[in-house]
Ligand binder design. Structure first.
Ligand code: NAD
Ligand code: GLY
Length: 375
């Protein structure tokens, strides 16, 4: 395992688009020193959400020192990740007279990181941006790798661009204020790394997950650094998802359908959907004979031990039937030639891309899971 009490640095080696991800405690307090080498003039624009802004914007302002900062705070939550707040952000950045050589800072969770990264991608045909992720999900996943974008009424993340950040500052301390539910949702993405490519990491999480969730900073830093390093190596191999990067979508075909079915509301947070989606993907893998039935049971046992949502029965309110969920999956970005694409597994730590999975099998799996909800 990487990581420890001193800040870690994961370099994402993408040639002219290479950058560092710094992970450690107190990084917001020294944001000025971290960001200054990137600046042509001592000023930055920051886009955050109202929750993060109220809690941490003044600390960022102080940390920036002599660098002047103006800020825009958007409403918190997934509903922000659409055209209206995107337009508002781009217009605000233009009104702030952001120039091609300036830096825009995305200060928040994955919603802010995705939206601001996309705004930076299109503003003046592309300005640089720095990610300061404030949720566990954003630190381990969304701030790294350059996927940016917003949702459409047609589906999740359907509008966007690849645009790599110039620097990522993942401050472990900023997560002190993160509600437990959001922390655990982010943990869904952490578990995903173990499941897709690192069985030893999954073992480590089974051992350390509860202490880490309880607030242990050294373990949190280790988990974030290890996850980021795994993601960095995948992104270096396949920046624009022509191959391997698809493995990072483990659980996401189910997740995106469930998020759409629950209206991107707080009935189901993205990371919660990922955890449920991973459990369903492993169940599907078992039904297709790739793993033994013990493997999805082991995964579900760990998610349950962490107090996480694990099954469709953990989602409150009504859900559409299996056919409607399948129809939502057909809108997924991963659909190719109209055929469903899933990430399945041959074991914990051995995920693979499976094209053309029989929709009948998926329908049966979902029908049973929905019946279990009602029963
Ligand atoms: P989020 O940005 O909505 O943050 C969750 C909640 O936590 C919000 O209410 C926010 O205000 C609050 N919050 C954030 N930091 C806080 C802090 N330090 N203290 C207190 N409250 C805080 O959601 P998220 O889970 O961070 O991100 C989810 C989004 O990320 C989804 O839109 C998903 O599609 C996207 N995502 C993108 C990628 C990618 O590669 N680009 C990967 C995974 C997920
Ligand atoms: N979160 C999936 C990816 O970055 O590819």
């Amino acid at each position: 395992m990487n990581g420890g009490p001193k800040p870690d640095c994961v370099h994402v080696d993408l040639g002219s688009r290479a950058y560092d991800v710094r992970i450690g405690r107190g990084l917001i307090g020294r944001a000025g020193a971290e960001i200054a080498p990137l600046l042509r003039r001592p000023q930055v624009t920051v886009v955050t959400d109202e929750t993060v802004g109220a809690l941490h914007l003044e600390a960022l302002r102080a940390g920036l020192g002599d660098i002047a900062m103006t800020a825009l705070a958007l409403p918190a939550g997934e509903a922000t990740k659409g055209w209206p707040q995107f337009t508002r952000s781009v217009e605000w950045l233009l009104a702030e007279k952001v120039e091609r050589k300036d830096i825009v800072i995305a200060f928040g969770g994955g919603v802010i990181g995705d939206l601001v990264g996309f705004a930076a991608a299109v503003l003046r045909r592309g300005v640089r941006f720095v990610q300061i992720p404030t949720t566990l999900l954003a630190q381990v996943d969304s701030s790294v790798g350059g996927k940016t974008g917003i949702n459409s009424t047609q589906g999740k993340n359907l509008i966007g661009a690849f645009h790599q950040p110039a620097l990522v500052l993942a401050d472990i301390d900023v997560m002190d204020t993160l509600p437990a539910r959001d922390f655990l949702a982010g943990y869904g993405e952490v578990v995903k790394y173990g499941l897709l490519g690192d069985a030893a990491f999954f073992d480590w999480l089974e051992l350390n997950g509860p202490t880490l969730a309880g607030g242990d900073k050294a373990l949190r830093q280790q988990a974030v650094s290890h996850s980021v390093a795994m993601k960095a190596r995948i992104v270096e191999r396949d920046e624009t998802e022509e191959g391997d990067r698809a493995l990072l979508n483990l659980g996401h075909t189910f997740c995106h359908a469930l998020e759409s079915a629950t209206g991107y509301s707080d009935r189901l947070l993205h990371g919660e959907g990922v955890a449920i989606g991973c459990a369903l993907a492993f169940e599907l893998s078992a039904r297709m004979g790739f793993v033994s039935q013990e493997t999805p049971s082991r995964l579900r046992a760990h998610l349950r031990a962490m107090g996480m949502k694990t099954d469709l029965s953990d989602i409150s309110g009504d859900l559409p039937d299996a056919d409607a969920l399948l129809a939502l999956m057909a809108q997924d970005k991963k659909v190719q030639d109209g055929r469903l694409r899933f990430i399945l597994a041959r074991d914990i730590g051995r995920a693979f891309v499976a094209d053309g999975v029989d929709p009948g099998l998926v329908r049966a799996l979902l029908s049973e899971a929905l019946a279990h909800r009602r029963g």
